[in-house]
Design a protein around this ligand. Structure first.
Ligand code: BGP
Length: 476
């Protein structure tokens, strides 16, 4: 639809950006923090870069001041479970509680709303040893962690996100380093979807607990949602795209919003003898968890074609690529899209299509919790010129405005990432931030912060409430 006039961004639109604890904080075993599955894994293999990351643990004041300088209304960060409960269950670490109190208070002192992700890929190592999400007790572990967070921070944190990218944990857990398979697992799909079921129940119970303990707070899921296109208008390709849309996207939101399994996914699991087992009370718990809004990460779309049932899944697929599943769907490289230096497709219009589709299915307000461009940035004479990032972000923000004009209720935009941090599996060389961190993969250098060109540009965008997306900016 081509609109003659565009609706403005709402006045209280939440402009900001995101990070996650294990990628930005460092101090991975400091002040009583227990290790998480990420610290144990080390990214990339053999380095100790997660010990330091962007060192936000020691520099949060400086970082939040820089975010305030950009005009942030919101900062999305995650709480490290093993920093506040080192063993995952049991004793609470006062130093960990204090750290997030400081971060939250610092945000509020700058009029920045804290948007807290409760779980972002970093299961405490102690719980990993007890089977992680494969253990049915994981639901109670998570609920206890939620209670500790609500008790300690609920007086000031009004926006919560449950589990970051649960769909990616389920679809590409080995890439992220989070899938724990108990010894003797024979049906990997069944085991994976059982773990997924535990996460869904944990999420539903956490949403209900939040409403009970913090009646003024709002809570929602944070999956990675991107529309799946059919490779052609062949009816078989449409069915394949519907299949992957269900398995990649709608399973997670149907469950969060309606408390029910998506029927296409359920029948797929039946086919593979992989339906999850419900514990007593699970069905009620799933029906009783209601999100107030939907948070979602968007990087790009996926494209699928029909599968003839013979091809193999692509084991090298990353978070954004359709791996294929014989007889169900087959991944396809969209020839209409360019890709980033790291091979991720770029699709701003697909962003609008995704927002439209999500809103017409669920009719809840939505906030973008991640979107952004990973690139090799370079620091030259104290400056980082990143016109490619400005271009990427401008094109995506433009599509949010179009979606708003289409009638989609958008609450805010938190691109990835506020500051350079360690990538999920590509180390420090792949940068996303508005703020450059002076370190290399294996050389910690000064860890000083530098404003990138995109920093000044985003500041202007926020000041104009999204009206001025032109590539020019003022260096102050
Ligand atoms: C999302 C994760 C983030 C982040 C981002 C970029 O899937 O939620 O934690 O890392 O992707 O991915 P990558 O770091 O692999 O480029």
């Amino acid at each position: 639809m081509i609109h003659k006039t565009l609706k403005p961004f709402p006045e209280d639109f939440l402009w900001g950006a995101s990070t996650s604890a294990y990628q930005v904080e460092g101090a991975n075993l400091e002040d009583g923090k227990g290790p998480s599955c990420q610290d144990v894994k080390k990214v990339p293999e053999g380095t100790s870069e997660l010990d330091v990351c962007a060192d936000q643990y020691h520099r949060y004041k400086e970082d939040i001041a820089l975010m305030a300088e950009m005009g942030f209304k919101v900062y999305r960060f995650s709480i490290s479970w093993s920093r506040i409960i080192p063993e995952g269950t049991g004793a609470v670490n006062p130093k960990g509680i204090e750290y997030y109190n400081n971060v939250i208070n610092e945000c509020l002192a700058h009029n920045i709303i804290p948007l807290v992700t409760m779980f972002h890929f970093d299961m405490p190592a102690a719980l990993d040893k007890r089977g992680s999400w494969s253990n049915p007790e994981s639901v109670d572990w998570f609920l206890n962690f939620a209670k500790v967070m609500f008790e300690n921070y609920g007086d000031r944190v009004k926006y919560w996100l449950t589990i970051n990218e649960q769909n990616m944990l389920t679809l590409v857990g080995p890439v992220i380093g989070t899938l724990t398979l108990p010894e003797g697992t024979t049906n990997v799909l069944k085991e994976t979807y059982q773990q997924n079921h535990h996460m869904l129940v944990a999420q539903a119970k956490a949403m209900a607990l939040c409403h009970q303990m913090l009646p003024d707070a709002k809570i929602g899921p944070a999956p990675n949602i991107s529309l799946v296109y059919p490779a052609s208008c062949k009816p078989e390709d449409i069915i394949a795209a519907q299949n992957y849309n269900a398995i990649r996207n709608w399973l997670y939101l149907d469950m969060a919003v309606f408390g029910k399994y998506n029927n296409i996914v359920w029948s797929y699991l039946e086919e593979h003898d992989a339906v999850p087992t419900f514990a007593p009370g699970d069905a009620e718990a799933l029906a009783n968890g209601h999100p107030d809004f939907i948070g979602f990460n968007y990087y790009n779309t996926a494209t699928c074609q029909a599968s003839d049932g013979t091809e193999k899944a692509d084991p090298g697929a990353d978070q954004q690529t359709a791996r294929g599943d014989a007889g169900f769907y087959r991944g396809y490289r969209n020839p209409n899209l360019t890709v980033t230096e790291f091979g991720w497709e770029i699709d701003p219009i697909g962003f609008r299509a995704t927002m439209r589709e999500m809103y017409s299915r669920y009719r809840l307000p939505m906030i973008v919790t991640e979107n952004g461009l990973g690139a090799y940035d370079t620091l030259e004479d104290g400056r980082v010129h990143d016109p490619y990032r400005i271009d990427y972000l401008a094109k995506h923000i433009e599509q949010i405005r179009l979606a708003i004009t289409d009638g989609v209720e958008m609450m805010g935009y938190c691109p990835w990432s506020a500051i350079d941090l360690i990538s999920t599996h590509e180390g420090m060389k792949k940068r996303y931030g508005f703020i450059y961190v002076d370190r290399e993969e294996f050389d910690l250098k000064t860890l000083d912060r530098y404003r990138k060109d995109s920093f000044y540009w985003y500041k202007k965008v926020i000041a104009s409430n999204g009206e001025d997306l032109s590539p020019d900016f003022k260096v102050e």
